[in-house]
Ligand binder design. Structure first.
Ligand SMILES: C[S@@+](CC[C@H](N)C(=O)[O-])C[C@H]1O[C@@H](n2cnc3c(N)ncnc32)[C@H](O)[C@@H]1O
Length: 198
């Protein structure tokens, strides 16, 4: 058999194995992720978030279900913050690890964010699914300190009142991005960031 045929077969086998791992990993995790599969936030939406949520150097960002880690890298690149992502999908985790290896101040943790303490967060980012938002709203309400900001892509946090709702103008990327702030901060963090729980 010619060498090129063997190489093509090996490449196709590797591709198939990666797809299979992705499908099995994603399917097996559905009870935990409730449908929030590994889909990345687009660049226009990340840019809109960066513009609307300025951070100070050294502040701490968490991405709950960080996918390939692109939000973390973008935030570190713009604001020089400490960024931590939790990811439970092994494929997404490995991709995030590989892509972030050269970016200082980005930490990718393999694991379930429900068991993580978020009380030292300055900003929490998430792009999850509606079935999770009620439980997440309670967790964030319990753990986040006053002044902490929350960014939720596409789906609102149940019972929280957004300070702002972004609608990025780029076509196909215009789904809402909900911004919140935990009330009680003594330090102003940006324009009109006042919110309360309803
Ligand atoms: C829609 S993707 C968003 C990825 C990334 N945040 C972004 O915006 O590009 C949601 C991710 O959350 C992860 N995820 C869902 N539930 C999780 C959990 N309990 N712990 C850790 N990761 C979780 C999924 O595996 C998936 O990769």
């Amino acid at each position: 058999m010619p060498l090129w045929v063997i190489i093509v077969m090996i490449l196709m086998g590797a591709l198939f194995a990666a797809k299979l791992l992705y499908v099995l990993g994603t399917g097996g995790l559905l009870p935990l992720t409730q449908g929030a599969i590994f889909v990345s936030t687009s660049t226009p939406r990340i840019q809109a978030t960066l513009d609307a949520v300025p951070m100070r150097p050294g502040e701490r960002l968490y991405d709950l279900g960080c996918g390939d880690g692109r939000v973390l890298r973008a935030m570190v690149g713009r604001y020089d913050v400490q960024a931590v992502g939790f990811e439970v999908n092994p494929v997404a985790y490995l991709v995030a690890k590989a892509l972030s290896v050269a970016t200082e101040r980005v930490r990718i943790c393999y694991g379930n964010f429900w068991s993580k303490d978020l009380s030292d967060a300055d900003v929490v980012f998430c792009y999850l699914f509606p079935d999770l938002m009620e439980r997440l709203a309670l967790k964030l309400h319990r753990e986040l300190r006053p002044g902490c900001r929350v960014v939720s892509c596409n789906f609102p946090l149940s019972g929280w009142t957004p300070t702002q709702i972004l609608h990025p103008t780029a076509q196909r990327h215009a789904d809402p991005i909900y911004l919140y702030e935990v009330p009680g901060s003594t330090v102003p963090t940006g324009p009109v960031w006042i919110s309360h729980f309803t």
